[in-house]
Every structure is written in structure tokens, then in C-alpha cells.
Design a protein around this ligand. Structure first.
Ligand SMILES: [Zn+2]
Length: 193
């Protein structure tokens, strides 16, 4: 599947995840949400932030697997990483700097359609991010250190983001599948990733 096919897939899945979130009552999605955004685009409410976060997580994960090969998404990914590393360097967050620097290289270490295309990958990423979060929380705690229980609790509390992560990634795998090659209008074999 080519890049634009994955972008379309990511946007559709992102919309579906936001809709799912609204049916569980975690967020509100409707015309009022649109009003909220247009009224104060620079100071989004918690609701809009969650919706946007879910949507972007899904879209990112739908594009993530092809970071293992030279692609449009890869170029943008490295541009964003570059800016982030700059911000972390100048704000003195070397702990985050090291984590981002190591992780940014991971997709290109393996062959194309290597680990980034594995079915277990989105789950591993979700657990990894929760672990990093708990690592930073533990540093701020006065009592007690790192607890795996808290990692589980984080995953439970942010389960919609885990869903977004997995749904976006699996959409990519689905569109990459051999059986999807008939979708000629969004896939061209010479340029498929
Ligand atoms: Zn792919």
C-alpha cells in the first residue's frame, strides 16, 4: 500500500476510534465539539484535547510501520524528532533527549516489514510508553519507587489510547495484506511499502 492509502486508512480509523470513545462516554462528540474548537482554537478544552490525542495517535500508528523505509512519513517523523530533540536540549531535559534519540533509530535497525510490522508491536509500544511514564512518576514520588502495578493502572486508565494505538497499527497491516492488492486506486505495486 502506498503512503496516501495509509493516510486515508489512518484518518478513517482515527474517526472510528473517536466515535467509539464518544459511545463509551469518555468524550463528547457532536456539533458542540465543533463549536468548542472554532470558538477557542488556541485554548482547547480537555474534551477536545482527548479527541485530538486519540485521532493523532491512531493516524501516527497507521503510518508508523513504514518508518522502516524511506517514505514521506519517515521524512516528517525525523523532522519532528529533530525539532523535539532541539527543544529538549535547550530546555535541559537530557533524560527525555536520550530516550527519544535511542527510540528514533529503532525503526531503521531492522529490514523492511521487520519488527515495525509485527502484530505484537503496538501492544509493546503502549506498554513501553506507560513504563517510561511510570519511570518519571517514580522519580517525583517521595515514597516508593517504580511499580509494575502502576504501569498496568496507567494502561487501564488510558485504555482508549491503547485502542487507538492498536487500531491504527492493525489498519496498516490490513492495508499491507496481499489480499488488499486489488484496491488498485490506492495501491501501486512499484511503490508499495
Ligand atoms: Zn507497511
Amino acid at each position: 500500500m502506498n503512503h496516501s492509502g495509509h493516510v486515508v486508512g489512518g484518518i478513517l480509523t482515527g474517526g472510528a476510534v473517536c466515535f467509539l470513545a464518544s459511545t463509551t462516554g469518555d468524550v463528547e462528540l457532536g456539533w458542540e465539539t465543533l463549536n468548542e474548537i472554532t470558538k477557542s482554537p488556541l485554548s482547547p478544552t480537555q474534551n477536545t484535547k482527548t479527541l485530538l490525542g486519540l485521532f493523532m495517535t491512531t493516524l501516527f500508528m497507521a503510518l508508523f510501520p513504514d518508518l522502516d523505509i524511506q517514505s514521506v512519513s519517515q521524512r516528517w517523523f525525523f523532522r519532528i524528532v529533530f525539532v523535539l530533540m532541539g527543544i529538549m536540549h535547550f530546555s535541559g531535559r537530557y533524560d527525555l533527549f536520550v530516550i527519544v534519540a535511542f527510540c528514533a533509530i529503532l525503526p531503521v535497525l531492522h529490514q523492511h516489514r521487520g519488527w515495525t510490522h509485527w502484530k505484537i508491536t503496538p501492544w509493546a509500544i503502549a506498554v513501553f510508553l506507560a513504563t517510561v511514564q511510570e519511570y518519571f512518576h517514580a522519580q517525583q514520588r517521595t515514597y516508593g519507587g517504580f511499580e509494575w502495578e502502576n504501569v498496568l493502572e496507567l494502561l487501564e486508565r488510558y485504555w482508549l489510547f491503547v485502542v487507538a494505538c492498536v487500531a491504527g497499527h492493525y489498519m496498516h497491516l490490513f492495508l499491507d495484506a496481499r489480499s488488499m492488492r486489488w484496491l488498485k486506486f490506492i495501491s501501486n505495486d512499484a511503490n508499495h511499502h
